[in-house]
Design a protein around this ligand. Structure first.
Ligand SMILES: *[C@@H]1O[C@H](CO)[C@@H](O)[C@H](O)[C@H]1NC(C)=O
Ligand SMILES: *[C@@H]1O[C@H](CO)[C@@H](O)[C@H](O)[C@H]1NC(C)=O
Ligand SMILES: *[C@@H]1O[C@H](CO)[C@@H](O)[C@H](O)[C@H]1NC(C)=O
Ligand SMILES: *[C@@H]1O[C@H](CO)[C@@H](O)[C@H](O)[C@H]1NC(C)=O
Ligand SMILES: *[C@@H]1O[C@H](CO)[C@@H](O)[C@H](O)[C@H]1NC(C)=O
Length: 419
């Protein structure tokens, strides 16, 4: 069964008003590594691998970035090693510096040497500081590059500047692959991420035991490849909740457990910039099982109508899977008594002197004919809509293409915020 995309129209309209759509186009204009390199056929292999490793998207959504490009012969030396795509991704991500180096700056490093962080470091795939690249000005105008874990050996050299768009993106050709034992280490292919194995190892044992016992792990597992965000309650939070949990029927246990997942990958940055109502794996037609994500200063909170939990850690971030730790079990209002809101948000109706009459709904009489035409990425799953129709709309909405467009737009939106 297809799962609805968890962004409801409410969240979407908050996240993507029209002006952001306009910005989206200018951000897309800022740079597209695939398109830039397409004009330079000597980098076609490198370009191809940026695409299949999804590094191209990561590069496009960042500003102030330097790509150390490898020509086709340098790439064939890399491909001769028969690495998995995951390993090639790590190696190439070491070639993307998260700082801007034009040719001029490169040849005039203060102190003649520097360390630059890379995407390999930034994505957390590197061990220790192995994701840093040492750049050093050498005799005769040469510039050497070496990874931090290469024993001080600068094994690759600057060749030429390919494209410079200060200070968005710079593409510099270097002579060969920067050697790094850590980046070249075998990686588990992301498709083989097995939640049963990975969750207990990454600090989510108690919750994963419950998922297995209740038979909910399969639903989570089936969502991994398409993108999955999980909220894993701490062991203490689960222990405190256990008496209430035991009281639930088997079906409600499953619903409660599925309530802790969203069928989309949302990085912490995306969560922060993406406040609003989201659906969960437990959402099923009329049974909403949704909650509100809210940024509160540095914290991200998950508010159900029953509890407010805080994200306390990121346990796993390996796109398409991300697992956050939360300090409370998320209790849906469908299963537990809602706590009346005290202060924030909705203005208290009683404080209003005039008695509000319910505004007539614009689509009250026409049923489903009147749709929210101005909703940017889809319509809300309204109450009272026939279930199969809801499923249809969600099906179209949740198709991979749409999903990635939404994800891309959200990422670009975030890139725009960084400008
Ligand atoms: C970048 O350019 C390539 C090739 O022209 C195109 O297929 C791709 O959709 C573009 N990506 C973005 C984000 O615009
Ligand atoms: C970079 O490597 C060179 C050669 O091993 C070394 O002399 C230099 O101190 C390193 N630079 C930094 C910033 O660590
Ligand atoms: C850098 O990106 C901004 C928008 O993101 C754009 O306005 C600017 O023209 C770009 N700079 C260059 C040199 O392309
Ligand atoms: C995940 O690992 C468990 C335990 O090793 C195994 O029983 C299960 O079949 C695996 N599931 C998948 C989907 O590979
Ligand atoms: C479990 O259910 C019983 C009967 O409905 C109720 O009396 C009891 O308070 C519940 N226990 C908890 C911990 O919710």
């Amino acid at each position: 069964m297809r799962r609805p995309l968890p962004l409801s129209a409410a969240a979407a309209s908050q996240a993507l008003p029209l002006f952001l759509l306009l910005l989206f186009f200018s951000a897309a204009d800022a740079h597209n590594i695939t398109r830039i390199l397409a004009k330079h056929p000597e980098f076609s292999t490198f370009n191809h691998y940026l695409t299949i490793t999804h590094l191209a998207g990561e590069i496009n959504r960042r500003l102030t970035i330097t790509v150390l490009a490898l020509d086709n012969s340098a790439m064939s030396a890399l491909l001769d090693k028969h690495f998995s795509v995951g390993t090639i991704k790590n190696v190439l991500s070491l070639h993307v510096l998260v700082d801007y180096y034009g040719a001029k700056k490169l040849h005039q490093l203060s102190k003649g040497t520097t360390l630059s962080s890379t995407l390999f470091q930034a994505t957390g795939s590197a061990t220790g500081t192995s994701g840093y690249v040492n750049i050093t000005n050498l005799k005769g105008g040469k510039v050497g590059f070496g990874s931090e874990d290469n024993g001080g050996d600068l094994n690759s050299f600057y060749v030429k500047s390919v494209v410079e768009m200060p200070y968005n993106i710079s593409i510099l050709q270097i002579s060969k692959v920067i050697t790094s034992a850590d980046a070249e280490a075998p990686t588990a292919a992301p498709v083989s991420l097995n939640l049963t194995e990975v969750l207990p190892k990454q600090g989510c044992k108690a919750f994963s035991d419950l998922l297995i016992a209740a038979g909910a792990i399969e639903t989570y597992q089936s969502n991994v490849d398409g993108g999955l965000t999980m909220f894993c309650p701490t062991e203490d939070a689960l222990n405190a909740f256990l008496p209430k949990y035991k009281n639930l029927t088997a079906a409600h246990k499953v619903s409660l457990l599925l309530y802790h997942g969203m069928p989309i990958y949302l990085s912490l940055q995306m969560l922060k910039s993406n406040n609003g109502v989201v659906n969960t794996l437990a959402t099923d037609g009329g049974a909403k099982y949704d909650f509100v994500i809210k940024t509160d200063g540095e914290d991200v909170t998950v508010k159900t109508k029953v509890v407010t939990a805080t994200v306390t850690a990121t346990l796993i971030d390996s796109e398409p899977l991300i697992v956050y730790e939360v300090d409370k079990v998320l209790q849906p209002k469908e299963l537990f008594k809602a706590v009346p809101e005290e202060n924030d948000e909705a203005p208290a109706p009683k404080s209003s002197p005039k008695k509000k009459t319910k505004a007539p709904s614009p689509k009250a009489s026409d049923g489903e004919v009147a749709e929210d035409a101005d909703s940017p990425i889809g319509s809300d799953e309204s109450d009272g809509e026939p279930e199969d129709q809801t499923a249809d709309k969600n099906g179209a909405f949740g198709s991979n293409g749409q999903r990635s467009i939404v994800a891309m737009m959200l990422s670009l939106w975030f890139a725009v915020l960084l400008v």
